[in-house]
Design a protein around this ligand. Structure first.
Ligand code: GLA
Length: 655
């Protein structure tokens, strides 16, 4: 067993004089902080002019932290190149889709395709690797921060063309796949092709999809550039980069996860109460799945004020504690925050922190200390660093597929507001409220370990992927596919003989036509739906619920098809939350899967080595009852059967 859960956050001593560092360490010890992330965004403090390095302050900080038993996650600062860099290398500034070149003044002001940027990033990573690769305080390398910058412009165009040449080999092949005969787009030379910047009217969706793939690979290459250097300069120190979840998919998180030694995420739920905890559950399940069901790390969350739309969301210490337990119960190595101490000024000056502007004598800091104390009490939940997992055993999986997200972002679709992420969230939320544990999978993964696989809005599918879904059902699996899935091949060419063609055989249907709708729909079983409907022909499937009223009156809306040893279900409309839950819960029940608790009373099962824990979190404002057996690590009580869990309370039971 590892001795402790990681607790702490982003620490920016470069913003404060050394007197404050000593105070920081005192407070960190008071709050039982054992890990801080240093270096994120500190490039201009580490390399104030080209090739001139000022590591002395960082040497002192690491020494101070180490002397006080605080471990360091050392970040390369490459998410924010310094002003001198931007001035010297204007071609390395990002260009928006409208062709506007952004200037320095915020962060993430770089173009990942520019060699000057990549070179400068490798150089600072090399310097840091050489200087700190064997430092005793070093626990982990944290490359960059939240990769996600997409740029356009000449530098990107040149790289995109090379990528296309590698993919297609010839312009003949590219013209064919992109169907450039449409609107006279036939390309006669590679230099005629540009990244899909702003266009007069709709652009080519096949081009956009390829650009998204290219941009994702570019970011991954920028990461592996640095990861390779850091690994070569330190021995056995894990390398990670923090994903911004769940709202960013400018890259392929699965591919990144495969290139990391440890998955880490940042998560900022945007809703109060139970809904916010549903969001945290989504992110934690996704992180665990990206990590291959092995330990991962919550790199950032916010204490009491969370940035969102117009007004920050306020959350209580209890919510912060239960959220932290939600991540840990899903395999996180601990709970880290953005940020340790609030900045004096600067961007995000009013972002919450573990030490607020108003200081130590605050409920805020007492909350920080309370969580530190709790995590110290729960050190049994910390896996051995060599522990391979798995940490959970779920029978249900949701397909999470970046290319499906990107395809739903193309323009010219039957509805402009098709929202991949929203549907995936809706499906996850329904399962979470029903108390059913769930993993996420990529469509290329082996699905055979799951009894039920849910496939929301996967417009593009390759024939191999469609074949794998068929094989899965044929062998006894239960597939639930949502509207418009399987409509195109992987290059956004519509599969002939009806929409949904890729899945037509396994689903036992043909989609004649899609019918976007304004307003509400009612189905024959009383379900309510909205926005989308489809004209289906049955080709072996049976109707579970039909459309009621409107042009599709009496036609199938939800279908079920026995195929081989399994069953394939199709939901051709945007069911409302309750209806979606009812349908999905029914399908799970047919597979013998019933949830535990639910509706905000959450039960999680965590494996740590040979030990098993049941973590019960009551996110609601009423008391609930659960059946648990074992000793509660928090209260010291032992439970052997039905147990009341007060509103807002939590149990961590070793079974
Ligand atoms: C992200 C970043 C942090 C900070 C927070 C604000 O997660 O990594 O630097 O900007 O968002 O919530």
């Amino acid at each position: 067993m590892a001795s402790e859960l990681l607790y702490g956050g982003d620490y920016n001593p470069e913003q404060y004089p050394p007197e404050v560092w000593a105070e920081d360490v005192r407070l960190m010890k008071a709050a039982r902080v054992n890990t801080v992330t240093v270096g994120v965004f500190s490039w201009s403090s580490l390399e104030p002019s080209e090739g001139v390095f000022t590591f002395d302050w960082l040497d002192d900080v690491l020494k101070l932290l180490h002397a006080n038993g605080i471990g360091v996650i050392l970040a390369t600062p490459t998410a924010s190149p310094p002003p001198w860099f931007s001035l010297a290398h204007p071609e390395a500034l990002p260009v928006t889709a409208d062709g506007l070149r952004l200037l320095h003044g915020s962060r993430d002001t770089y173009n990942p395709a520019a060699e000057a940027y990549r070179h400068a990033a490798r150089r600072i990573a090399t310097e840091m690797g050489r200087r700190y690769g064997t430092h005793p305080a070093l626990r982990m390398w944290h490359v960059h921060n939240e990769y996600g910058t997409v740029s356009f412009g000449p530098v990107v165009d040149a790289e995109f063309r090379l990528w296309l040449e590698r993919k297609y080999g010839s312009l003949l092949a590219l013209n064919d796949v992109w169907n450039t005969a449409f609107w006279s787009q036939r390309y006669g030379q590679w230099t005629e092709i540009f990244a899909p910047q702003a266009t007069q009217y709709l652009g080519n969706p096949a081009q956009l999809l390829d650009f998204k793939r290219f941009a994702a690979e570019l970011l991954l290459a920028a990461f592996t550039d640095q990861a390779d250097i850091l690994r070569s300069l330190s021995s056995g120190i894990p390398v990670t980069t923090n994903f911004m979840l769940p709202s960013w998919l400018h890259y392929d998180q699965w591919a990144f996860a495969a290139a990391e030694d440890l998955v880490s995420i940042d998560d900022y739920p945007s809703e109060p109460g139970v809904e916010g905890h549903a969001q945290a559950a989504f992110s934690g399940d996704l992180a665990r799945s990206l990590a291959g069901n092995r330990p991962w790390l919550l790199m950032e969350q916010a204490t009491n004020l969370i940035y969102r739309r117009d007004a920050m969301l306020v959350r209580s210490t209890q919510d912060m504690i239960r959220s932290s337990l939600q991540y840990i119960a899903r395999g996180s190595l601990g709970a880290l925050f953005f940020q340790w101490r609030a900045p004096r000024t600067g961007a995000e000056v009013f972002h919450s922190s573990m030490v607020p502007h108003s200081g130590e004598d605050t409920d805020q800091f007492r909350g920080t200390a309370r969580l530190g104390e709790l995590l110290a009490e729960l050190s049994e939940l910390a896996p051995d660093p060599g522990e391979a997992g798995p940490v959970a055993e779920n029978r249900v999986a949701i397909v999470w597929y970046p290319e499906a997200w990107w395809a739903a972002e193309t323009r010219g679709l039957p509805r402009a507001d098709l929202n991949y992420a929203a549907l995936v969230h809706q499906v996850h939320r329904a399962l979470w409220l029903a108390g059913t544990g769930v993993d996420f999978v990529h469509p290329d993964h082996d699905l055979s370990g799951y009894d039920v696989v849910l496939l929301p809005l996967a417009i593009p599918l390759s024939s191999a992927q469609a074949g794998a879904f068929e094989d899965y059902v044929n062998a006894g699996g239960r597939l639930v596919a949502w509207y418009f899935s399987g409509t195109t091949d992987e290059n956004f060419s519509v599969v002939p003989a009806g929409y949904g063609g890729r899945l037509a055989r396994v689903l036992g249907i043909r989609v004649q036509m899609v019918h976007p709708v304004d307003g509400d729909l009612t189905l024959s079983d009383g379900s309510t739906a909205t926005r989308w409907s489809e004209h289906l022909d049955l080709r072996g499937a049976e109707t579970v619920a039909g459309y009621s009223g409107g042009v599709l009156d009496g036609k199938p809306a939800v279908t079920r098809h026995e195929f081989g040893d399994g069953v394939a279900h199709y939901i051709s409309t945007q069911l409302d939350d309750d209806a979606l839950r009812t349908h999905v819960v029914g399908i799970l029940a047919d597979a013998g899967i019933t949830g535990q608790a639910g509706d905000g009373l959450e039960i999680l099962h965590l494996r740590v080595g040979e030990a098993r824990f049941t973590i019960v979190l009551n996110h609601t404002d009423t008391a609930g009852s659960v059946t648990v057996h074992g000793n509660d690590l928090v209260s010291g009580r032992s439970h052997a059967g039905p147990t009341e869990v007060a509103a807002g309370a939590y149990l961590v039971v070793r079974s």
